[in-house]
Design a protein around this ligand. Structure first.
Ligand code: HEM
Length: 297
């Protein structure tokens, strides 16, 4: 009897996992398409005028960065929330990021009246476009080779190749910073989140999932964001880094990018605590239920 029942349970669980993955994939697909559909709708209705092409360039660039960071956050999320299905959508989020970046380039080409010679000259001449193009090339190669077939063909080199995503995102963020001119707030916030994601990967495995590690990460990513912001303003705009540091403790100037990074880091800690609390309560409840309903002798 008992053997029979233990054989039934995994089948039911497997089915429900498949259903979870199905719904997660569907929701992800919809979530990835919504920004593009919204942009197309606003473009069609003339909502982006009079700076249609400029706004479309910005929107696609922003979403490319959002999806790149999202794809990098799925490995930590799976480990922290102990939720395997997240790995099933990592590939499509990464591919979507590459597609948004490609759309971003296409809109730029449209802005240049499809004159590819002008486009090529501009990319070669302007540093921020050159590095944007380099990052885009990497994302395109990674998206093409993200399939199981390519994974089999490239064997161990597949991991080496896909490791390039980290320097490519860093380069794309520099492109973001440069084109932001003096308003680097969003770029610095994105850089702070990227720092969090990279530091998490550099942490020893035990620290990655412990609360001590997460608090350490929150502090390091927040301070790192202040340093990135101060360094950028210091090097590019010749602003005294101490003024940037002072701005980060001035309550009138809240929220600065470092505060946003701190808020996200603390939110992660709260969500992890909730998830673990619910799992512990479930275990307790299941244990009590079993003790009460199954006779011990
Ligand atoms: C050949 C490749 C690329 C070209 C030609 C290009 C071109 C541009 C241009 C013209 C702008 C607007 C500049 C302005 O308004 O002054 C821009 C902004 C931006 N680009 Fe790119 N870009 C390229 C690659 C990328 C890549 C690979 C990413 C990220 C994955 C990216 C992310 C962004 C972001 C986030 C912005 C700022 C959007 C905002 O301020 O809201 N770009 N890019």
């Amino acid at each position: 009897m008992i053997r029979g029942s233990t054989r039934v349970v995994p089948v039911t669980m497997r089915l429900s996992t498949q259903q979870t993955i199905f719904w997660l994939r569907l929701v992800t697909l919809v979530g990835l398409c919504v920004p593009a559909l919204e942009l197309a709708w606003r473009w069609y209705n003339g909502d982006l005028e009079p700076r249609t092409v400029t706004l479309a360039t910005h929107v696609t660039g922003d979403w490319a960065v959002v999806f790149l960071l999202t794809s990098l956050s799925l490995t930590p999320a799976r480990a922290l929330f102990d939720w395997m299905p997240l790995t099933q959508v990592r590939r499509r989020v990464g591919v979507a990021a590459a597609l948004y970046a490609l759309a971003h380039l296409l809109i730029y080409v449209l802005d240049q009246k499809w004159n590819l010679i002008v486009v090529a000259t501009e990319i070669a001449k302007r540093f921020y476009l050159t590095i944007g193009f380099a990052a885009l090339l990497v994302f395109t190669v990674l998206a093409i080779t993200s399939t199981n077939g390519w994974q089999r063909r490239l064997k161990r080199n597949w991991k080496r190749l896909h490791w390039l995503v980290y320097p490519a995102v860093a380069v794309a963020l520099v492109h973001f910073f440069i084109q932001s001119k003096v308003k680097i707030g969003d770029a610095a916030f994105a850089a702070g989140l990227f720092l969090w994601l990279m530091l998490w990967r550099l942490f020893p495995p035990k620290l990655r999932t412990s609360f001590a590690g997460l608090f350490l990460l929150a502090g390091a990513a927040t301070l790192g964001t202040v340093v990135i912001e101060a360094t950028w303003y210091g090097l590019v705009n010749k602003i005294d880094p101490l003024r940037v540091l002072a701005a980060n403790i001035d309550l009138d100037l809240v929220p600065r990018p470092a505060h946003q990074v701190l808020a996200v880091s603390l939110l992660v800690i709260v969500l992890v605590a909730l998830r673990r609390g619910i799992a512990a309560a479930n275990r307790l409840w299941t244990g009590r239920y079993i003790r009460q309903t199954i006779p011990t002798s």
